[in-house]
Design a protein around this ligand. Structure first.
Ligand SMILES: N[C@@H](CCC(=O)N[C@@H](CS)C(=O)NCC(=O)O)C(=O)O
Length: 200
């Protein structure tokens, strides 16, 4: 049985849950209470020394990092559609997995942490500026493409979706980004789509 170590307000956990659901897989959610520090217990550090969720276990395998887990699920349970192995399409997908952990994490993910969870160490001016910058780039890219990496949904879309759609939690309006909003609707219409707190 697949288990996802999860917290309901985590967009990084949600991207894994969304992929599991789109693939029609059965899984069990194991709640890790971040507020109580359950991610820092010796038991949890054994499955992820980084002290972070998500972690996915599949039998004896324990995997860490949302992007790495998306790669595993796509290759283990998906078909070529979600993550093809040919050099060029694979590279196009990797580019957006990097964007999810780079520009999107430094932008809308950080702005959300600041406003929703009052993480004061975040420089909110920088996070807001970075959010607007990456949303503008995404909007331009999506003016000519229905999906981020290829002509169909891939794990690139799933990796980037949560913290883009949750940007308003960080007081970043999505109103100016018409093409981003249309892409969000396309993702919400995928068979098997599930939401999370803040995403209907
Ligand atoms: N690169 C990791 C980042 C995961 C991450 O930042 N997880 C957060 C929850 S969304 C967490 O566990 N934070 C607790 C901490 O870092 O102390 C991934 O993509 O999975």
């Amino acid at each position: 049985m697949i288990k996802l170590y999860n917290h309901e307000i985590s967009g990084n956990c949600y991207k894994v849950q969304l992929m599991l659901s789109l693939l029609g897989l059965e899984y069990e959610l194991v709640r890790v209470d971040l507020m109580k520090g359950e991610h820092r217990t010796p038991e949890f550090l054994q499955i992820n020394p980084f002290g972070q969720i998500p972690v996915l276990t599949d039998g004896d395998i324990a995997l860490q990092d949302a992007q790495a887990i998306l790669v595993y699920l796509a290759r283990r349970y998906g078909n070529e559609d979600w993550l093809p192995l040919d050099a060029e399409p694979m590279s196009r997908i990797m580019r957006w997995l990097s964007t999810a952990t780079g520009e999107i994490r430094q932008g809308p993910e950080s702005a959300r942490l600041y406003h929703l969870l009052q993480v004061q160490s975040i420089n909110i001016e920088t996070a807001t500026k970075k959010s607007e910058n990456i949303l503008k780039i995404l909007d331009q890219h999506l003016a000519e493409n229905n999906w981020l990496a290829l002509g169909r949904p891939t794990i690139a879309d799933i990796a980037c979706f949560p913290y883009v759609v949750l940007a308003p939690d960080g007081k970043i309006s999505l109103y100016p980004y018409t093409n981003v909003r249309a892409w969000i609707e396309r993702i919400k219409n995928l068979p098997g789509f599930v939401g999370m707190v803040g995403i209907k």
